[in-house]
Design a protein. Structure first.
Length: 641
């Protein structure tokens, strides 16, 4: 994550590079003529053209206030009325509406007031188009009122109450804001001077975005939509069969069109490239970053969605959701600060800050990869940032707490434990590593495959320095409990939260954490040896494990191997890796096979309807990759000998 200082720099960069601000500045200079018409010469209508226009059912409040571009054909304007200052371009090319469906450009059965219409645009059956600049090739078809009333900033400058509904982590937003910028401003609340500077620069951006015209850029399409007001629609943006777009910015391009479709309702919001709102979804006072979306009656209010995150059916309020969050069912998420994302919100999850019945001023930090199971209830405040890839099982209610054990399972206890509150759940640290590695590694590949964002960079690896350091810290705490006992709570072991842990779980977690810490470090050794042999030769391997380096994550991995595990010999390290690679592949298959075993016990024809673990495509790919990696390791051992 970036710092607030870097966040300020990003806003300043947007001031100089924003396509929205360039468009607004152009419209301010000449009322939109350059943006819609380029440098073409404008002129008044001739008496003959006025006569023809009137014969074709057109009417103007004053024909002297209608300007046209050289090459204007009056035959392309029919049954329309003009009020105030109207400028029309050349309408010489047909407009493509769909495969095999083309209509002539021009103005038909529409009312225009104080507008500039770009070359080869189509305005057809629009009840009122007022104070709008329409770019070249845009399509406005079968619409109600498209207008700009007074001055607008297109939704920029709004302050979102992220993570705390009553305020405290407010973030002022602008069209190009990214996830890291919003997270930095929401989290770093102690740097008041920098926060004031950030707000001042956003205010400068907002002032630059102020306009008295709505802007519909080249190639944009607006169809069958009753109202668009005070909005900017970027190039190739699509608003089709929507209910409303108001006080909003839609950043878009021909390669990454942004869309509001099928009953979508967007107000006071900022939508970025490739994002989409559809199927009766509502987005209000929010930001959708690149390739995020809301669909199937989903509601997003006063929130920011990270790249590749989709919300369907459920409700998100006053939250910042990071990338790749799965939210596809009826569920509630309020006041969450989740920039790490890569998690899941299952059906019926009730994750809200109003459980206290007092002021809704509490918050939730889920952390990377948190899986909120069916019907869970999470009480606030809660912090799982030091427990990445943790699963809260179906039907669990969690108390306010901080958990610091990665890859855990939090579940209802099978049996009550003496002297432990019945409100406590059982935590099994490292359970995902021992029992659900299929899910963990499959998601890692799935996110790589599904990523469409072009402006945001992700580290898809689950095992990387920060997550491994959390495992190392958790392992040390588990090892240093003092005398062992049947059950442990937070009084015995910091980081357990409002849960208890069994002794069996402690010993298994230590083993699992140690295994994957070593696995991560040895994979780094393999990559480093491979690189050095390819680029520099065998002599470059001398002192590889004993000499500090600058390159990350290798130096982090080297310290684990040499300083913690006492490994100095490259060959010894590489010889350990094949068995570990095979064990990981076995765990992936075993975690999938558990479903097969349970299913066969319950359903007679389970095997006929479900793919077995042995035939599962991901399991097979894992074994293929493992065999390839083992062959590579054996080759490296021979070369390094």
């Amino acid at each position: 994550m970036i710092t607030p200082v870097e966040a300020v720099a990003r806003v300043r960069a947007a001031l100089n590079e924003s396509e929205l601000l360039r468009a607004v500045l152009s419209v301010r200079r000449d009322g939109g003529r350059a943006l819609a018409l380029g440098g073409v010469r404008l002129r008044l209508l001739t008496p003959g053209e006025i006569g023809q226009l009137e014969q074709q059912g057109n009417w103007a409040e004053s024909w002297s206030r209608v300007r046209v571009a050289d090459g204007f054909d009056p035959g392309t304007v029919r049954l329309s009325s003009f009020h105030g200052d109207v400028t029309l371009g050349q309408f010489a090319r047909a407009v493509r509406l769909a495969e095999g469906v083309n209509l002539p450009s021009g103005i038909y059965r529409s009312t225009l007031a104080n507008c500039v219409i770009g070359h080869h645009a189509l305005v057809r059956d629009v009840r009122l188009l007022a104070n709008q600049v329409v770019g070249e090739g845009a399509v406005l078809l079968d619409c109600g009122c498209l207008m700009c009333a007074g001055e607008t900033t297109f939704g920029n400058g709004r302050v979102l109450p992220l993570a705390v509904e009553t305020g405290g982590r407010e973030v002022a937003v602008y069209a190009e804001i990214d996830l890291e910028t919003a997270a930095a401003i929401a989290r770093w609340r102690s740097q008041q001077e920098i926060l004031r500077e950030y707000n001042a620069v956003v205010a400068q951006y907002t002032a630059a975005a102020a306009s008295r015209y709505g802007i519909i850029e080249r190639g944009a399409s607006v169809r069958n939509t009753p109202q668009i007001s005070n909005s900017y629609l970027g190039p190739a943006a699509r608003v089709e069969n929507a209910t409303l777009v108001a006080d909003s910015t839609l950043l878009s391009s021909a390669e990454e069109p942004t869309a509001v479709l099928s009953g979508g309702c967007v107000s006071s919001s900022l939508l970025q490239w490739g994002s989409q709102v559809s199927t009766l979804a509502v987005v209000e006072k929010s930001v959708l970053t690149e390739y995020s979306g809301v669909e199937r009656h989903g509601q997003v209010v006063e929130s920011l969605l990270g790249p590749n995150t989709k919300v369907a059916e459920g409700e998100v309020t006053a939250s910042l959701l990071g990338p790749f969050v799965g939210f596809h069912h009826q569920a509630l998420l309020i006041a969450a600060l989740w920039p790490e994302g890569k998690g899941n919100v299952a059906y019926g999850a009730n994750v809200g800050s109003n459980h206290t019945s007092r002021v809704p001023d509490q918050e939730f930090w889920p952390g990377e990869g948190l899986y909120l199971g069916l019907g869970v209830n999470v009480k606030y405040p809660a912090d799982f940032t030091q427990a990445p890839y943790t699963i809260i099982a179906t039907g669990v209610s969690t108390l306010p707490q901080k958990v610091a054990f990665p890859f855990s399972l939090i579940n209802k206890p099978w049996l009550p434990c003496p002297e432990i509150s019945p409100a406590y759940n059982e935590i099994i640290p490292a359970w995902v590593l021992t029992d659900d590695l299929y899910m963990l590694t499959r998601n890692e590949g799935k996110y790589r495959q599904r990523n469409r964002a072009r402006r945001t960079r992700f580290d898809f690896a689950v095992f990387r320095p920060d997550t491994v350091d959390l495992m190392r810290d958790a392992c040390r705490r588990l090892e240093n409990v003092g005398c062992s006992k049947e059950s442990y709570t937070e009084r015995d072991l910091e980081g357990l939260g409002k849960n208890f842990m069994k002794e069996k779980s402690r010993t298994q977690a230590i083993e699992a954490y140690r295994f994957f810490i070593r696995y991560y470090a040895l994979l780094g050794l393999k990559e480093q040896v491979e690189r050095l042999l390819q680029n520099q030769g065998k002599n470059a391997l001398t002192g590889l494990l004993t000499s500090a380096g600058e390159q990350q994550p290798w130096e982090h991995q080297r310290q684990i191997l040499h300083e913690e595990m006492g490994l100095s010999d490259i060959g010894e390290g590489l010889h350990q890796l094949p068995a570990m690679l095979q064990e990981v592949a076995r765990r992936i298959e075993r975690s999938k096979a558990k479903d097969d075993q349970r299913g066969l016990r319950i359903l007679e024809d389970y095997a006929e309807a479900h793919t077995s673990a042995a035939r599962d495509g991901f399991v097979q790919q894992s074994w293929n990759d493992t065999r390839q990696q083992i062959a590579e390791v054996e080759q490296l051992i021979a070369q390094a000998a």
